[in-house]
Write a protein that binds this ligand. Structure first.
Ligand SMILES: C[S@@+](CC[C@H](N)C(=O)[O-])C[C@H]1O[C@@H](n2cnc3c(N)ncnc32)[C@H](O)[C@@H]1O
Length: 344
């Protein structure tokens, strides 16, 4: 779907075009935008667009094209975690004026979280997808997802204007020096009672190992980013002023479905290879062999040992009703939830 306003397609670096489209098609989201912040952002936008974009297209040395291919092939691969995150963000009580609550997805990519909510019928929120990558913002509009080019540390929304802020599926891309700003800005944007949900993976966890030993080695972009600790997340929430805060762990697996066990295995390998841009795995390997290699690496990395010594590992299960094979790679994420006191 191409979104057009006044005859022109909405592109990723065309902030005025995005604002026009939001005003015309999603006035409830447009109402949250602060014109003064837009003016300041436009003044610095040129410099920002010159920075390297890991999620840009191939010509710019990014891995955004294959990343989006992975999501399109398997929109629901991360649906379990997304459902949990939306539940943690859920409003406590109705929005003040009876309008639909608004959630800002700060690292929204091409609008995957909004797409999954649409598919699962999760309609707690109207979601504004935001991203610093013009490639991702363009892809979001092309898929019919309302989107805005902004940086998580310099959000463009008014004080107390939104009901939830989500920082997920890429929070480690925000450098430690900017993380407190992101949390404080989330507090500023939230209305009383609203929630900030910060999702990432623990330092030293299987996800951290995967990024270091697989993504960093087999992608063209590399992947050298610091993950989070529970204390670090709690510190950001406390310093931002959140009256209620909690840090917890959730299941956030990758799931694929195939007609046979072999198909499911290839599907998880293909998904992870594209998602993490592991193009160097193709060196000296045929396509299916590369997918199998990635699937095997995932099985060996994503393993969790409980306090009682029990091990959670990749599971392949046949669903009787459909005869399909569901393959689940376990993954655990750490989440900080900060909530503003109602009436503050
Ligand atoms: C792994 S992708 C996640 C996209 C989508 N939420 C998903 O789950 O598929 C991470 C996204 O964060 C964006 N990003 C990274 N740093 C950012 C920042 N400081 N501000 C806004 N977006 C940022 C990237 O451009 C990328 O699209």
């Amino acid at each position: 779907m191409q979104v057009q306003t006044s005859g022109s397609v909405v592109t990723g670096d065309d902030l005025p075009g995005q604002l026009t489209a939001l005003r015309q098609l999603h006035p409830e989201l447009y109402a949250c935008i602060d014109p003064q912040r837009i003016a300041a952002w436009r003044a610095t936008l040129g410099r920002t667009l010159e920075q390297h974009d890991d999620f840009g297209d191939d010509a710019d040395g990014g891995r955004g094209v294959v990343y989006l291919k992975a999501q399109a092939l398997n929109t629901r691969a991360r649906a379990t975690g997304i459902r949990t995150l939306l539940g943690l963000a859920a409003p406590h009580g109705p929005a003040p004026d009876g309008r639909q609550p608004v959630l800002v997805d700060l690292l929204g990519g091409d609008g995957l979280v909004r797409k999954v909510c649409d598919e699962l019928g999760l309609d707690d929120f109207g979601i504004l997808t935001c991203d610093a990558s013009p490639h991702m913002v363009a892809a979001a509009w092309a898929a019919g997802m309302p989107a805005l080019l902004q940086r998580a540390e310099q959000p463009l929304l008014r004080d107390g204007s939104v009901d939830a802020v989500l920082l997920a599926y890429g929070s480690h891309h925000v450098p430690p020096s900017d993380r407190q700003t992101v949390a404080s800005e989330a507090y500023r944007m939230l209305r009383p009672g609203g929630a900030f949900v910060l999702h990432d993976f623990a330092v030293g966890s299987p996800m951290d190992v995967w990024f270091e030993e697989v993504t960093d080695v087999y992608s063209t972009t590399g992947h050298k980013f610091l993950h989070f600790t529970r204390d670090e997340i709690d510190g950001y929430l406390e310093k931002s002023g959140f009256e209620h805060r909690e840090v917890l762990e959730i299941d956030d697996p990758y799931t694929v479905v195939g007609a046979t066990p072999e198909e499911a295995e290839l599907a998880i390998g293909r998904y992870l290879l594209h998602m993490y841009g592991l193009v160097k795995v193709f060196d000296g390997r045929a396509e299916q062999e590369a997918y199998r290699w990635v699937a095997e690496r995932a099985k060996s990395v994503f393993r969790y040992t409980g306090k009682d010594g029990s091990v959670t590992e990749t599971e392949l299960r046949r669903e009787d009703a459909t005869g399909h094979w569901h393959l689940t790679v376990p993954r655990r994420a750490i989440i900080g939830v900060g909530r503003r006191a109602a009436g503050h």
